[in-house]
Design a binder for this molecule. Structure first.
Ligand code: ZN
Length: 150
């Protein structure tokens, strides 16, 4: 009981995290070593929205080692990356209005964080989704899969 109360107190102290019976949020780190610390994200089916917080614990600036978190279907990933590259750094390497992009954070550098909340109704069970950093060539290492769970 004491442990549960402590957990509730901790959650109450973090207003950015919406309280729910299931965890409808995840934090992922993009590092100076050009890596994400997660390769898989499962979105609980019970969540109506899901928040992804991207943190960059490194020190390198975003024009050198910038990271964002971009979500699309696996099938759309390469097209999103190609158009993001053309859009350039001024657009955070995401083509404005790209309907293939289901969610994305802004491009951040060392010491920064950004978060994005996605409407889970836009996800279909059984569809393979990919998340990645669209900074040029980072997606060779910085990518993972996202799926709607049970
Ligand atoms: Zn990156």
């Amino acid at each position: 009981m004491t442990r549960q109360l402590l957990l509730l107190a901790l959650l109450a102290a973090a207003p950015a995290v919406a309280w729910s019976a299931v965890d409808c949020a995840v934090e992922i780190h993009g590092t100076d070593q050009m890596t994400f610390d997660k390769a898989e994200i499962t979105v609980p089916k019970a969540c109506t929205s899901f928040t992804v917080t991207l943190a960059h614990p490194g020190q390198m600036p975003k024009n050198v080692m910038g990271h964002n978190w971009v979500l699309s279907t696996q099938a759309d990933m390469q097209g999103v990356l190609d158009d993001g590259l053309k859009a350039g750094e001024a657009q955070d390497y995401v083509k404005p209005g790209d309907t293939r992009v289901l969610a994305h954070t802004r491009l951040i550098g060392g010491g920064e964080t950004d978060s994005v909340t996605l409407d889970t109704r836009s996800l279909k069970a059984g569809t393979a989704y990919s998340f990645y950093c669209s900074f040029p060539f980072h997606s060779t290492l910085m990518k993972g899969t996202l799926a709607l769970g049970s």
